[in-house]
Design a protein around this ligand. Structure first.
Ligand code: B12
Ligand code: SF4
Length: 534
C-alpha cells in the first residue's frame, strides 16, 4: 500500500524528523514518500495535485498549530478529489485538538508517538476494517458523527527498536538548516525523547519522562548518515541533551574515540549546565559548537510563573560556563509573558547587558499560548489573547499581552525624548520589527506615545487613547504601543508608578558600551571578509 506523508507550508527550513521516523518504520509491504510542501514551496493546490498524482491509498499530515488551517484546506481538497483516500492527521496540534482535525477532513488522528499506531492503522486499511481498538487513535464512527477516542498508547519503551529517520526520502539539497553557529548542511538527530520538566508555556507531548537510545544505536545512525550523505553537521533535537550528564559524557567520548569529527548543536537547561560545567570542555572537544539555553526571562517573578524551575542566577552562571568553554551560548528569551512589568523589563535589560556584555535592547520570541500548554489555559484570565486564527500561532508575532503589563502605569523619566533617545528607540523598534511580521511604520512610535505617558494612564488606556484619537485598528495599535513601552522601559526612559517601579535612563557607560560593541562587530565583519578573500 502506498502512503504520502505531507509536511505543510513552513517558514523555517527544518527537517520534519517526525515524518522521517514514520517513513522509516512501516511494514515492508507498505511504501511511503514524503512531500515537504514547505521545502518545495508548494501551495495547497499544487500539493493536492502532487499527492493525487502519486496515487496513494493513505495520506498522512504532520503539523504544528500555525499550519493547521493549511492542512485542513488540503484535506478538504483531497476528499473532494478522491473520496476513498484515507486521511490521517498527526503531530502536536492534531494530538492536542483531535476533534478539530476530525471536523476538518481527517479520517483519523494519531495522538502522540506515531510509529506503532500508524503501522496498526495501515493494517486495518489494508484489511478494509475500522480503527476500533487501536491504542492512541481518535476517529469518527463510520456512518455517524460520533467521535471515538481509544485508550492512550503507551510510550515506546525501547527506542532502539525504531529504524533511524529515512533521510533518503528527502531531497537534502532543499534544506539549509543552520545549526545556529556553523553554516552549511546539517541533519537533525535525537538521542532521547522527552523531558523531565513541565514548563507552563511548553506543549511538548513528551513531558516529565525521558527515554534514551543506547549509545551504539545513536553512533550507528551518525555513522550511517556520514557514509550515506557525507554530512558531518548535526542538530540534536532532544529537549535537553544534558539532562543525564553520564549519558552526555559517554556520547562525547564515543564521538571522540571513534573519530567521527562532527560539529553539532543542542539544547539544554541552564541548571544542567551548572551541575558539572567541566563536562562542557568534553562537549567542545567532541564538536559541540553551540547550546541553546532557555533563559526565558531575567525577571524572577516571570520565571516563577513559567514553572521553569530556574533562577536568573542559574542563567548567568550557565552563560559564563559556556563562554569559558568556547561553546557558544544561544540565549532563548520570551517577551510578553505572564507577570511582565515595566520595571521587570528594565531589570531584564540590565541583566542581559551584564550577561552578554552587549549594550542593546533585547527582544525574545513572543510568548504564545499554544494549545496543550498550561499557559493556554491561563491566558484568558491573565491577559489579552491577540491570536485570532491558528496561523497566528507563531512566536515572531505578539499573540498575548499579560495583564501585568497592560495594567502597569508608565511614568516618564525625562520631560521629552531628546534626539539621542529617539534614535535608540528607533533602533530598538526596528529590531522588534525584524522579529515580528508587522511593518515597522504600521502605527505609532516612541515620540508619539511618550507625551501620553502621564503617570496616571495604564498601558491599556494609552493604547485606547491612540485608537480614539487616530482611528487606528485596536489590535495593531495595542501591539505597537506595547512594543514602544517595552523599548522605553528597557532604555530606562520610563519607569512605573507601581511600588519599586523606578528605573534609571541609560548613561554614558551604556552609550560607550554600545559604541564599543558596534565597533567590535564591524571589525569582526571586516576580518571575515578579508579572510574569505585570501
Ligand atoms: C526541534 C523543534 C523545532 C525545530 C525543528 C522543527 C521541525 N521541523 O520539526 C525548530 C528549531 C526549527 C523549531 C521551530 C519551530 N517550532 Co519547534 N519544536 C521542536 C521540538 C523541541 C521537538 C520537535 C520534534 O522534532 N520532535 C521529535 C519528533 C520525532 O516528534 P514529532 O514531530 O512530534 O512526531 C511524532 C509524533 O508527533 C507523531 N506524528 C507527527 N506527525 C504525524 C503525522 C502522522 C500522519 C502520524 C500518523 C503521526 C505523526 O509521530 C512522530 C514520531 O513519533 C518541539 C518540542 C517537543 N519536545 O515536541 C518544539 C515544538 C514542536 N515547536 C513549536 C513551535 C511553536 C515552533 C515554531 C512555530 C516557533 C516559532 N518560531 O514560531 C517554529 C516553526 C518552525 C517550522 N518548521 O515551521 C511548538 C509547537 C506548538 C504548537 N502547538 O504549534 C513545540 C511543541 C514547542 C512548544 N512551544 O511547546 N522547532
Ligand atoms: S520548555 Fe523545555 S524544559 Fe520545559 S517542559 Fe518543555 S521541553 Fe521541558
Amino acid at each position: 500500500m502506498h502512503l504520502v506523508l505531507v509536511s505543510p507550508t513552513s517558514y523555517a527550513e527544518s527537517f520534519p524528523i517526525g515524518l522521517a521516523y514514520l517513513a522509516a518504520n512501516l511494514r515492508p509491504a507498505d511504501t511511503a514518500e514524503v512531500l515537504d510542501a514547505g521545502a518545495l514551496g508548494l501551495d495547497v493546490r499544487q500539493t493536492a495535485e502532487r499527492v493525487l498524482a502519486a496515487k496513494p491509498r493513505v495520506v498522512g499530515m504532520s503539523y504544528m498549530t500555525y499550519q493547521a488551517e493549511w492542512c485542513y484546506e488540503l484535506s478538504k481538497r483531497l476528499k473532494e478529489a478522491a473520496g476513498n483516500l484515507v486521511i490521517v492527521h498527526g503531530g502536536i496540534h492534531a494530538s492536542v485538538l483531535p476533534d478539530d482535525a476530525l471536523a476538518h477532513g481527517a479520517d483519523c488522528v494519531v495522538i502522540g508517538e506515531g510509529e506503532e499506531t500508524l503501522v496498526e492503522a495501515l493494517d486495518r486499511v489494508r484489511a478494509g476494517q475500522g480503527f476500533g481498538g487501536i491504542a492512541g487513535l481518535c476517529f469518527k464512527q463510520p456512518g455517524t458523527q460520533d467521535v471515538v477516542t481509544t485508550m492512550p498508547r503507551p510510550l515506546i519503551k525501547d527506542l532502539d527498536k525504531l529504524a533511524p529517520p529515512r533521510w533518503d526520502a528527502f531531497d537534502l539539497k532543499l534544506y539549509h538548516e543552520t545549526i545556529h553557529v556553523v553554516p552549511g548542511a546539517a541533519l537533525p538527530i535525537m538521542a532521547s525523547r522527552g523531558c523531565a520538566f513541565n514548563c507552563s508555556f511548553c506543549s511538548s507531548l513528551w513531558k516529565q519522562k525521558v527515554r534514551y537510545r543506547t549509545l551504539d544505536n545513536v553512533m550507528a545512525e551518525l555513522k550511517g548518515d556520514i557514509t550515506r550523505h557525507g554530512i558531518r553537521k548535526y542538530h540534536f533535537y532532544d529537549d535537553n541533551l544534558l539532562i543525564n550528564l553520564k549519558f552526555t559524557e559517554a556520547l562525547c567520548r564515543r564521538i571522540l574515540d571513534e573519530g567521527l569529527n562532527i560539529e553539532w548543536c543542542c539544547e539544554a537547561r541552564v541548571g544542567d549546565i551548572n551541575r558539572n560545567p567541566a563536562v562542557l570542555d568534553l562537549l567542545a572537544e567532541a564538536g559541540c559548537k553551540g547550546i541553546e539555553i532557555g533563559v526565558e526571562s531575567l525577571d524572577e517573578t516571570v520565571l516563577e510563573k513559567t514553572n521553569k524551575r530556574q533562577t536568573t542566577d542559574d542563567s548567568f552562571q550557565a552563560f559564563e560556563h559556556l563562554r569559558r568553554s568556547g561553546v557558544q551560548p544561544i540565549v532563548l528569551l520570551m517577551t510578553c509573558n505572564i507577570g511582565e512589568t515595566i520595571a521587570g523589563h528594565h531589570r531584564q535589560n540590565r541583566g542581559l547587558t551584564r550577561m552578554t556584555g552587549r549594550h542593546s535592547v533585547f527582544w525574545g520570541q513572543y510568548a504564545t499560548p499554544f494549545p496543550g500548554s498550561k499557559f493556554h489555559d491561563d491566558a484568558k484570565q491573565d491577559g489579552l489573547v491577540l491570536a485570532e486564527r491558528w496561523s497566528d500561532y507563531v512566536t515572531r508575532q505578539m499573540n498575548f499581552v499579560p495583564n501585568s503589563l497592560l495594567n502597569d502605569v508608565p511614568v516618564r523619566n525625562r520631560r521629552w525624548l531628546n534626539p539621542l533617545d529617539r534614535l535608540f528607540c528607533r533602533v530598538a523598534l526596528s529590531r522588534a520589527a525584524r522579529v515580528t511580521h508587522l511593518p515597522p511604520d504600521i502605527g505609532v512610535s516612541a515620540p508619539t506615545v511618550y507625551p501620553l505617558i502621564d503617570g496616571t494612564r495604564t498601558v491599556r488606556a494609552i493604547a485606547d487613547e491612540f485608537v480614539r484619537v487616530r482611528g487606528t485598528p485596536p489590535k495593531t495599535t495595542l501591539q505597537e504601543v506595547v512594543k514602544v513601552i517595552i523599548a522605553l522601559a528597557q532604555l530606562g526612559l520610563i519607569g512605573s508608578a507601581a511600588p519599586d517601579g523606578q528605573t534609571k535612563p541609560y548613561g554614558l557607560a551604556w552609550l560607550l558600551g554600545l559604541a564599543f560593541t558596534q565597533l567590535r562587530r564591524y571589525i569582526a565583519c571586516i576580518q571575515t571578509a578579508v579572510s574569505r578573500k585570501t
